[in-house]
Design a protein around this ligand. Structure first.
Ligand code: 13P
Ligand code: SF4
Length: 318
């Protein structure tokens, strides 16, 4: 999704300008593993949603530049409201976050008032404000296990992660009907065929995928979990079932290993790329640092309520 350039700089010049501005403005650049490789390489910290939240909490920079999607930058602002938080493209949304409109979710929660509400971090500040505890893919099982066994639970907005957590914990939960369009695009027949062609490859997956995909994976975990698995497992070849941007960091960690992106349903598109994540470009990153916008702001009444469930998650994940 690269737009027409509006600055005179080449990519190499943009990289130099970005690092210069980060220093001049005492900013910190946080990037998710699904960002394009050049952005990951420029970042002060690259991580999964949990790691990025922890970094946002502890930074002493004046400005957080968030190379990720909107809910991630918004979470950083909720956690650390005295910092200016900017994002290269304000339109960088998330299909999970979009699948959970506030009025509908509010009615759902009110209709099940005795339930504890566990929300995946991939949701808006308003949804977080309606939740009791937040989780990420790295700690969802731990978060659910922390809730007393007789307590009924709503899990939102990812029904696939929710189903995976139900399997892992043996807890029945009421699931919101949301999904990640990238992780739902993986094709089981093609994955099995690829595995037949590469019998020595280990298939690993992210829990945002559907059960029939997760069932055939040897390892299921967050993006950081997947990178650590590839690093520590003796296998030399992996079929990687998550957004392709992760391969950049994996290749850096294990240059000697063979990494094959898992195939998707549609041959005409690269569906394992998250179009939202890829809205951020080097040029937009440069402009957002220079102009200190688009800026993320959250009304204080929502921020305060959204912080409580995030803080519970952060305390549990120390
Ligand atoms: P994690 O990096 O926390 O595993 O999340 C994956 C994802 O889809 C982020 O939007
Ligand atoms: Fe949302 Fe899926 Fe993109 Fe992550 S990969 S930002 S969950 S749409």
């Amino acid at each position: 999704m690269s737009d027409l350039k509006v600055t005179p700089f080449t990519d190499e010049e943009l990289k130099v300008e970005i690092r210069k501005l980060i220093k001049e403005k005492n900013a910190v650049l946080l990037a998710h593993f699904y960002q394009e490789g050049d952005i990951q390489d420029l970042a002060d910290y690259v991580g999964d949603s949990l790691g990025l939240s922890q970094q946002a909490a502890k930074t002493d920079a004046d400005m957080i530049v968030f190379a990720g999607v909107h809910f991630m930058a918004e979470t950083a602002k909720i956690i650390n409201p005295s910092k200016k938080v900017v994002i290269p493209d304000l339109a960088a949304s998330c299909s999970l976050s979009e699948s959970c409109p506030t009025p509908d979710f509010k009615s759902f929660v009110e209709a099940h008032a005795d339930h504890t509400v566990v929300s995946y971090i991939n949701c808006s500040a308003e949804i977080k404000a309606l939740s009791d505890i937040i989780c990420t893919s790295a700690n969802a099982v731990k978060v659910v296990k922390s809730i007393p066994e007789d307590q009924p639970i709503i899990f939102a907005p990812d029904k696939n992660l929710g189903a995976y957590v139900m399997k892992q914990t043996g807890r029945k939960m009421l699931l919101w009907d949301g999904a990640c369009m990238v992780h739902e695009a993986f094709n089981i027949d093609k994955i099995l065929k690829l595995h037949e062609e590469h019998p020595d490859a280990t298939f690993i997956a992210h829990p945002e995928s559907e059960d029939h995909i997760l069932k055939v994976a040897k390892y299921v975990g967050s993006t950081t979990g997947m990178i650590n698995y590839v690093k520590n497992d003796p296998a030399q070849k992996f079929i990687v079932g998550t957004e392709v941007g992760i391969l950049h960091q994996m290749h850096k960690e294990v240059p000697e290993k063979i990494l094959i992106p898992a195939p998707v349903n549609d041959e005409t598109c690269n569906c394992s790329e998250c179009g939202f994540m890829k809205m951020n470009t080097l040029e937009k990153l440069y402009l957002c640092l220079k102009n200190e916008q688009p800026e993320i702001n959250v009304p204080e009444s929502i921020r305060e309520r959204a912080m409580l469930p995030i803080q519970r998650m952060l305390d549990l994940s120390k």
